[in-house]
Write a protein that binds this ligand. Structure first.
Ligand SMILES: N[C@@H](CCC(=O)N[C@@H](CS)C(=O)NCC(=O)O)C(=O)O
Length: 220
């Protein structure tokens, strides 16, 4: 019997946008294949589906294509979301945090993380601006609840966390000195979270492989 077709995710392990997409697909329990791409040698099949050339890209089993990470997250939770991860991410506060993450924070993060690509003299300013844009507001939110979704995570947690991880990894010793205790606890919990570990599995590059499923019950 021919196996049922599953969606195909073009992905890059270290890309924070692809991380949010993989975590959403995994937590929704959706079987999918993943093609780990090489950024400098993108597959022609992916570029044919999505000429803009960024990952993640999800080719659905019916042939539809989702080319933005948040569209993939929304689609995944539209398929299966018994704990309302998507709905709980739609509060004004969470939408503001997500907008700040993908907008101002990402802008300053890139200039802090890759000073050689930008004006190196402004690096400290970008580090401070990134903190004001997202990390300080996040810490305030997380003082009131363990996750942005409340007591359990929502789509905002998995969408934002990979970018905070990137920021923290630029100068880990300095990050450790920051007076943002709630944010640091949340980050460290996510770094060892079974869902994140499942999403970071290493796959062979250059071809599609079935992504190992995540069993929330087993890892609880
Ligand atoms: N708005 C896109 C952004 C995706 C994006 O920028 N991905 C990066 C990797 S983290 C990428 O593919 N860049 C293309 C390249 O480096 O060639 C989304 O949310 O999916």
């Amino acid at each position: 019997m021919t196996p049922a077709p599953v969606p195909l995710l073009y992905s890059y392990r270290r890309c924070p946008y692809a991380m949010r997409a993989r975590m959403a697909l995994l937590v929704a329990g959706i079987a999918f294949d993943a093609h780990e791409i090489v950024l400098r040698d993108k597959p022609a099949a992916m570029l044919a589906l999505s000429p803009k050339g960024t990952v993640p890209v999800l080719q659905l089993a019916d042939g539809g294509v989702l080319e933005q990470s948040l569209d993939i997250v929304q689609w995944a939770f539209g398929v299966n979301d018994p704990q309302h991860w998507w709905m709980r991410a739609q509060s004004t506060d969470n939408l503001d945090l997500l907008r700040a993450c993908d907008g101002r924070f990402k802008h300053h993060l890139d200039r802090y993380k890759y000073p050689e690509r930008f004006d190196e003299a402004d690096r400290a300013q970008h580090r401070d601006a990134a903190m004001d844009a997202l990390l300080k507001p996040l810490d305030v939110h997380l003082q009131h609840s363990a996750q942005l979704g409340g007591e359990i995570p929502c789509a905002t947690d998995i969408a934002v966390f990979p970018f905070v991880r990137q920021f923290a990894a630029v100068e880990p010793a300095w990050f450790g000195t920051l007076p943002l205790p709630a944010l640091k606890t949340w980050l460290s919990d996510w770094l060892s979270h079974p869902l994140f570990e499942a999403a970071m599995v290493r796959l062979p590059a250059g071809r599609a492989t079935r992504f190992p499923p995540f069993n929330a019950a087993e890892s609880a």
